[in-house]
Design a binder for this molecule. Structure first.
Ligand SMILES: C[C@](O)(CO)[C@H](O)COP(=O)(O)OP(=O)(O)OC[C@H]1O[C@@H](n2ccc(N)nc2=O)[C@H](O)[C@@H]1O
Ligand SMILES: Nc1ncnc2c1ncn2[C@@H]1O[C@H](COP(=O)(O)OP(=O)(O)OP(=O)(O)O)[C@@H](O)[C@H]1O
Length: 291
């Protein structure tokens, strides 16, 4: 059995929405969805160190490499740590250094995954003794995509993303393009032209036939970069939007086929290849440790 090291380094993977249907708009304005979430092996890394002060400190290690600087108190990592304070049994503070690789505003759920990893790790380090169900509920208040990362398995999701049924879709290789656009989820969900009443699918039909992304028409019309990326990728394999964009993706059976396509894209910094995963690797890292 391994001992818990003083500093713990834990991944926070990105997700794709393999399809996304909007089935209803609730009276509070939020949209009810059906989607399949799958993780991919593009991850941020969060490094946790317990401290003798009472503070929560969050700093980015590679601030130079991302365009967006997030204020410490606006960071979902900080918000997740703060949300666990009422349950903390250990009299220690925490320093969290994070390295971002997942682009923001991209539909890849990077902020949500960072928040989920923070909840999972601090639940152990601070001996909060919250069940996965309690952590999912705490996470949902931080963002609709947090519960699936907390749960840790690919899932068919309903509601605003909180009703989760674990599924095991194929795990192909994906080519993912990040068009030069930063898309706000609120902007897309408030658009008058958004499709809001797609009939609900049964889970078996969702797994067998998948579906499309109901945000795609609006995003394509607003962002020509996304439209162009979808068209380029569709020359090789059916292309889709993830979340509310901006990223688009297509699947390939092998890594070499995916890499061969990615190499043909004019901007090598805006395209990457990633493997689909049905388990959140943060859980695996935590299971290997003794607390
Ligand atoms: C599109 C998805 O990425 C699918 O996985 C998520 O549903 C988005 O969830 P999220 O990033 O956590 O979204 P938030 O940042 O909480 O929402 C931003 C805004 O989008 C709108 N919103 C969001 C999610 C949802 N199911 N219906 C909505 O109408 C709300 O106005 C909300 O204030
Ligand atoms: N740790 C974080 N990482 C990324 N973004 C964060 C973080 N903390 C706060 N944010 C804020 O959240 C916003 C959305 O980030 P995120 O990466 O989750 O969006 P997204 O990729 O569009 O995900 P989604 O699919 O959930 O909409 C960012 O623009 C940023 O201002």
């Amino acid at each position: 059995m391994k001992q818990t090291p003083t500093t713990l380094s834990v991944p926070a993977p990105a997700k794709l929405n393999l399809f996304l249907h909007i089935t209803n708009q609730r009276s509070d304005g939020y949209h009810e969805l059906q989607t399949i979430f799958q993780f991919i092996d593009l991850s941020d890394t969060l490094e946790f160190t317990l401290t003798d002060t009472d503070e929560i400190r969050v700093t980015q290690q590679n601030a130079h490499s991302t365009s967006e600087i997030i204020e410490e108190k606006d960071n979902l990592i900080y918000k997740a740590a703060t949300a666990l304070l009422p349950y903390r049994q250990a009299p220690q503070g925490i320093r969290i250094k994070y390295e971002k690789r997942i682009p923001s505003g991209a539909g890849l759920g990077g902020g949500s995954s960072d928040a989920a990893t923070t909840l999972l790790v601090l639940n152990e380090l601070w001996q909060c003794q919250q069940s996965l169900e309690q952590l999912r509920a705490i996470g949902l208040k931080l963002g609709a995509d947090v519960p699936v990362f907390v749960n840790g398995t690919a899932a068919f999701a309903e509601g605003v993303g909180e009703h989760l049924t674990p599924v095991s879709p194929n795990t192909p290789w994906y080519v993912v393009i990040k068009p030069n656009a930063h898309i706000s989820t609120a902007e897309i969900f408030s658009h008058p032209d958004l499709t809001r009443n797609t009939p609900t699918l049964k889970i078996s039909a969702a797994l067998e036939h998948g579906g499309h992304n109901d945000c795609e028409n609006v995003v394509r019309a607003l962002y020509s970069e996304v439209d162009q990326a979808l068209k380029w990728l569709a020359k090789f394999s059916p292309s889709k939007l993830t979340g509310t964009g901006a990223c688009v993706f297509a699947e390939f059976p092998t890594e070499s086929e995916a890499l061969a396509v990615a190499q043909q894209y004019a901007d090598s910094t805006a395209i990457f290849v990633a493997k689909g995963m049905n388990d959140n690797p943060a859980h695996r890292v935590l299971q290997e440790l003794t607390f």
